[in-house]
Design a protein around this ligand. Structure first.
Ligand SMILES: NC(=O)C[C@H](N)C(=O)O
Length: 337
């Protein structure tokens, strides 16, 4: 009977990378003071025995770090392992446990480069497992449920926290400390309650199988950096980043990706010297940059990041620039993904 049930359940692999979901604090009252990336994947799985009721689960420790320290090489390593598993006929879905700080970047990266319709679900937590009302157990349970569900196929990379199913493209960490941390300007795609998914909408942007990018063809990522716009800003950071080798600069602009008059000449000059200039917005939850509105992008040969926040714009720029150095192509890609 047990063997029969195992055959019916989906095979889900959990790739662990660290983060608060693997964190530990000194006491149960420490919900915000703790060390991330302390607990191994076997212990995490053992902490949620109910997983065995919804899927045949096995874990792999891909790395053990706090997500603010993730590098491009880490991203490539993780994405390549995801692709291998997605190709394997005995894997139905993949869950990635991840710190929440850069979870949105990893989820968007995988959404762009994984050529599969199998569910890939990225999950984290806001409180370590040692804290009162820790959120990691339920988030992980929900992630495995979503990853093992045929209904989740072909919907792009997903993120499950706080009972919501979010698009890995759209979602962003919008609140910290609180468990209601992840939001999308366009709303969640669905809910997951007691292991059952309820879907309400689909992403309109290109992803996974419909993406022109493939992790199997990517062996390195170009350096792309971000500089922040604010009152009294100077061009120092932009110039320094370019001098340090950035192939593209994401301008984390105010409002509609606007650029201070003190910075414009430096960005025009950098573009002439071959650096791509990509205007994004650091407006929380709902930045939306229009071409040729705040700045003459056609004249300057700059790109706009559409609704992507600066950190997501960095991810797309890196992936796009593995294929093209043409600013018009880059702009097309920014509209489509
Ligand atoms: N809640 C978290 O996971 C935060 C942690 N700093 C991380 O991103 O690894």
């Amino acid at each position: 009977k047990e063997a029969e049930q195992q055959q019916k359940l989906a095979n889900v692999v959990i790739l662990a990378t660290g983060g608060t979901i693997a964190g530990a604090g000194a006491s149960a009252a420490n919900s915000a003071t703790y060390q991330a990336a302390k607990m191994g994947i076997d212990k995490l799985i053992a902490g949620v025995p109910e997983l065995a009721d919804i899927a045949n689960v096995r874990g792999e420790q891909v790395m053990q770090i706090a997500s603010e320290s993730i590098s491009n090489d880490d991203l490539l390593k993780l994405a390549k392992r995801v692709a291998e598993l997605a190709d394997s006929s005995d894997v139905d879905g993949i869950v990635i446990t991840h710190g929440t700080d850069t979870l949105e970047e990893t989820a968007y990266f995988l959404n762009l480069v994984e050529k599969t319709d199998k569910p890939i679900v990225v999950v984290g937590s806001m409180r370590p497992g040692t804290a009162m009302s820790a959120d990691g157990m339920l988030n992980l349970y929900n992630a495995v449920a979503v990853a093992g569900d045929k209904q989740s196929r072909g919907k792009g990379v997903l993120v499950t926290l706080n009972d919501e199913i979010q698009s890995g493209r759209d979602v962003s960490k919008a609140v910290n400390i609180k468990t209601e941390a992840f939001k999308s300007a366009w709303g969640p795609m669905g809910m997951v309650v007691e292991g059952k998914s309820y879907w309400f909408r689909l992403p309109a942007k290109r992803h996974t199988l419909n993406s022109e990018f493939d992790i199997k063809q990517i062996s390195s990522l170009p350096q792309v950096d971000i500089a922040y716009g604010y009152g009294n800003v100077t061009d120092t950071a932009y110039k320094a980043l370019a001098q340090n080798g950035a192939k593209a600069l994401i301008h984390a602009g105010t409002g509609n990706g606007s650029v201070s008059s003190r910075v414009v000449p430096a960005l025009q000059e950098l573009r002439k010297n071959g650096v791509q200039i990509i205007r994004s917005s650091h407006v929380n939850q709902g930045g939306f940059v229009l071409r040729n509105a705040e700045q003459p992008d056609d004249k300057n040969d700059w790109v706009v990041a559409h609704d992507l926040n600066p950190q997501k714009a960095r991810i797309l720029a890196m992936v796009a620039m593995t294929k093209t150095q043409d600013s018009k192509e880059l702009q097309r890609i920014f509209w489509e993904y």
